[in-house]
Design a protein around this ligand. Structure first.
Ligand SMILES: Nc1nc2c(ncn2[C@@H]2O[C@H](COP(=O)(O)OP(=O)(O)O)[C@@H](O)[C@H]2O)c(=O)[nH]1
Ligand SMILES: [Mg+2]
Length: 369
């Protein structure tokens, strides 16, 4: 069970598992991303009295998919399941799932919110029901996985199948079941069970805000992630937005604030004014890139708090300034070799992007950065 701020739900979850799994030998692993509400402490408190309960506490990491993968890999049981810790997934389906995956007829069993006999009424979130429906149909088209609810987060499979593919799972954004199904070389035989998807017991959804973004990232990762790594694609997209920001600020300062005319591709200003305006624009664009990368590209390693943010920004600025030098130097060199100016500039940009990405992912958002 991946958890983030589920403190109040842990003991209820354990009690419900105990009830649902009477007659089974089981272990439950909570994979907590250092939740500020003390979820891990609560789980450890229970674990001290019940050795079937274990806790993996990850520091400086975020992410539902990677938490699920790590939890499953840490299990010693031959059959593993993933479920939410907030009570939305009914544990009484676990024995049916177990029967399916041990029958020899199925490789995976999962609980569908949209199968015949399932319901999402108690969820109380028609907006999310609709969003999930749309996401599911896109996911089916892209991955070719034909299930009524490939985005389900409640499933069971033999640990051997999971371990065989674990190194190829993307672990970002995507719903993990879909990832497993899309990654497997041989199509997996899937048993679908109808789920009455409940409202969460306590606390609030973490996925409401990011669900669309995470979904798009997940699709990209499966689609083109092997050609251009997802994180680099995000970094590059943010960088391209930064270009637009720089131009917008430059235009704002020169045309709007200073009311300078723009004729034949030039602002009618002195060199110093232009340099100052462009410096302001470049610094703003860089700060914009830093903030966006911190929010999106490195959401799982996000820097928080005033001091870490200022330090991160300074390191990002240093990285980018070296990137700029290599950008200009390489373009100059190519130009001297009589390569087309536009190509020379583009090569410079790509080189700088790779440099900035490689350095800032270690130096700004890296663990020891
Ligand atoms: N470890 C970990 N668990 C998470 C994270 N985000 C969500 N979860 C857990 O994943 C489960 C599903 O998340 P939830 O917010 O309920 O999503 P929703 O059901 O789609 O609204 C819950 O048990 C969450 O506590 C995360 O970043 N890390
Ligand atoms: Mg939930």
């Amino acid at each position: 069970m991946p958890t983030y701020n589920e403190r109040k739900n842990i003991s209820r979850m354990v009690a419900r598992l105990d009830e649902a799994l009477k007659g089974f030998e089981w272990e439950a692993i909570f994979v907590d991303d250092n939740s500020p509400d003390g979820t891990a402490d609560e789980a450890r408190r229970i674990a001290r009295e019940d050795s079937r309960i274990r806790v993996i506490e990850r520091i400086g990491r975020r992410g539902l998919a990677s938490a699920a993968i790590e939890g499953m890999c840490a299990a010693s049981a031959p059959i593993v399941a993933v479920m939410d810790a907030d009570g939305q997934h009914d544990p009484s389906l676990l024995p049916q799932m177990y029967a399916a995956v041990t029958s020899g007829d199925y490789d995976v069993a999962y609980a569908s919110r949209f199968a015949e006999g399932a319901s999402t009424e108690a969820w109380g979130r028609p907006d999310r029901v609709k969003a999930s429906g749309i996401a599911n149909s896109i996911a089916r088209r892209v991955t070719g996985v034909q299930l009524s609810d490939p985005m389900s987060g409640f499933f069971m499979l033999p640990a051997t199948i999971l371990r065989a593919d674990a190194h190829r799972l993307s672990g970002v954004g995507f719903k993990i079941l879909l990832d497993i199904l899309a990654t497997a070389d041989e199509p997996l035989r899937v048993k679908e069970l109808p789920l009455n998807f409940a409202a969460r017991m306590e606390g609030e959804s973490k996925l409401d805000r990011t669900v669309v973004f995470e979904f798009l990232i997940g699709l990209y990762d499966k689609w083109l992630g092997r050609i251009i790594p997802t994180r680099f694609a995000l970094f590059g997209t943010v960088g391209a937005l930064g270009v637009a920001v720089q131009f917008a600020i430059l235009w704002f300062v020169l045309s709007v604030v200073l009311r300078e005319r723009f004729v034949y591709g030039h602002w009618a200003v002195g060199e110093t004014t232009f340099t100052i305006a462009n410096t302001i624009a470049a610094l703003t664009a860089m700060t914009f890139n830093f903030v966006l990368n911190n929010e999106l590209t490195y959401a799982d390693k996000r820097l928080r708090g005033f001091v870490p943010l200022v330090k991160g920004w300074a390191k990002f600025a240093l990285t980018c300034s070296i990137g700029i030098l290599s950008n200009i130097a390489s373009a100059d060199a190519l130009k001297r070799m009589h390569i087309n100016d536009v190509v020379a500039v583009l090569v410079g940009i790509v080189l700088a992007a790779v440099w900035n990405f490689a350095l800032s992912s270690k130096f700004v958002w890296g663990k020891y950065g």
